[in-house]
Design a binder for this molecule. Structure first.
Ligand code: ZN
Length: 178
C-alpha cells in the first residue's frame, strides 16, 4: 500500500481539469489502490486523483454503504432529486459548507478491467460521487456556495493556515486493520 501526499487548497492541481484515462494500464490500478489507501489514512469517504497531484480522471468513493466505487473517466448519465447537505473536503480540512446535490445519480465509468459500466449511488454516496467528480473538473465544494458564505469560509481557512507554508500534507500510514 502507498499513502500519497495530499494537496491542499492553494495547490494548482486542484484547479485543473484532469485528463481522460482511456486505456486502463497497470499504473491506473496502482493509482486507484493508492487513492483508497490515502483516503482511508485521511479518514475520508472519497478522493480524486487531483488531490494527490495526479491530473487523471480517476476517483474513489467509500461511504461504508455497499461496495466502494472506482471511478475512471466517469460521466453522470442520470440525476434525480436535490438535497442540501453538509460537505467537507480532505483538501480543505476543518471547513464545512452546505451544498445542493442530486440525491441519486447514475454514473457511467470504466472499471479496473477496462470495461464501461453503469453504477448507481444514492444519498451520501451520491453526494460524495458528485463531489469527487467535481474535483476532476477543478471544481471545489466552495465554488458551489453563495459568494458570501465562500468568503467567510475562505477567511476561516486562511486563519487556520496561519504560519503554515506550502500546500502539501503528509499523512501517517493508515493503521493496518485485520
Ligand atoms: Zn474534496
Amino acid at each position: 500500500m502507498s499513502v500519497r501526499t495530499l494537496h491542499l487548497l492553494g495547490s494548482p492541481a486542484l484547479r485543473e481539469r484532469a485528463a481522460e484515462v482511456g486505456v486502463v494500464e497497470p499504473r491506473v490500478a496502482v493509482l486507484v489502490q493508492d487513492l483508497f489507501d490515502t483516503m482511508r489514512a485521511a479518514e475520508g469517504i472519497g478522493l480524486a486523483a487531483n488531490q494527490v497531484g495526479v491530473l487523471q480522471r480517476v476517483a474513489v468513493v467509500d461511504t461504508g454503504d455497499g461496495e466502494p466505487l472506482v471511478l475512471i473517466d466517469p460521466i453522470i448519465v442520470e440525476r434525480y432529486g436535490e438535497e442540501r447537505g453538509e460537505e467537507g473536503c480532505l483538501s480543505i480540512p476543518d471547513i464545512y459548507g452546505e451544498v445542493d446535490r442530486a440525491t441519486r445519480v447514475v454514473v457511467e465509468t470504466t472499471d479496473l478491467d477496462g470495461n464501461r459500466a453503469q453504477v448507481a449511488a444514492v444519498d451520501l454516496k451520491a453526494r460524495a460521487t458528485q463531489h469527487e467528480m467535481d474535483h476532476l473538473d477543478g471544481i471545489l465544494f466552495l465554488d458551489r456556495l453563495s459568494p458570501l458564505k465562500r468568503r467567510l469560509l475562505l477567511r476561516k481557512w486562511q486563519r487556520s493556515r496561519k504560519g503554515a507554508t506550502g500546500f502539501l500534507k503528509q499523512l501517517p500510514p493508515a493503521a493496518i486493520r485485520d
